[in-house]
Ligand binder design. Structure first.
Ligand code: ITT
Length: 191
């Protein structure tokens, strides 16, 4: 059975595809190119569920949505669920983040990922993952997407200095996918 990846973010799509080898993946752009879902909920989980249900309704296909973001301790957890709306582009989001942290001694932060799969039967499957680290003083690395160039993992590298496979082992998205993969694959196999 087919699985729709309910995301407009090309970086997420590439990572999700690699995390689910063997599954026939349809991208949101292919299946329902004009759908826009307003992410107006207060939690990652509620936004992921809203996106998954909206794409299922529009396409009729089982739909996997990812809502994720960066929570920075010195900013009281911001940008959090607002991570995509913190500034207009990845580069501007990083610039704003580094400016806000200019005088901060505590640079601890974590990424959160909430995954939700909505099935035509009405069933939902949800998973959650986190990745803990620190915000760098300046961007480093050319891989990944979003805030990866300023997110430093315990090895001292930024996520943008890791290959996609290395990032998947450490990342919030990898952890969330590993949490649901057995049930997801079993559920898709039964369809
Ligand atoms: P969709 O809603 O269409 O999936 P989006 O980019 O709007 O795409 P979110 O609302 O979940 O996705 O926003 C997530 C924000 O957090 C966005 O700015 C991402 O770049 C960033 N982000 C999420 N996961 C990330 C990761 O693994 N590395 C770097 N930045 C990440």
């Amino acid at each position: 059975m087919k699985l729709l990846f309910a995301t407009t973010n090309a970086g997420k799509l590439a990572e999700l595809r690699e995390l689910l080898p063997g599954v026939e993946v349809i991208s949101a752009a292919e299946a329902v190119p004009h759908l826009e879902v307003e992410e107006d909920r207060d939690t990652f989980e509620a936004n992921a569920e809203k996106k998954a249900r909206s794409y299922l309704q529009a396409s009729g296909l089982p739909s996997l949505a990812d809502d994720s973001g960066l929570c920075v301790e010195a900013l009281g957890g911001r940008p959090g669920v607002q991570s995509a709306r913190y500034a207009p582009s990845d580069a501007e989001r990083i610039t704003r983040l580094l400016a806000e942290l200019q005088r901060a001694n505590n640079r601890k932060a974590h990424f959160t990922c909430a995954l939700c799969v909505a099935f035509p039967s009405g069933e939902l499957l949800t998973g959650h993952g986190e990745c803990h680290g620190e915000i760098a003083l300046a961007p480093r690395g050319a891989h990944g997407f979003g805030y990866d160039p300023v997110f430093v993992v315990p090895s001292g590298k930024t996520l943008a200095e890791l290959t996609r496979a290395e990032k998947a082992q450490l990342s919030h998205r990898g952890a969330a996918m590993r949490a649901i993969a057995p049930q997801l694959l079993a559920r898709l196999g039964r369809s």
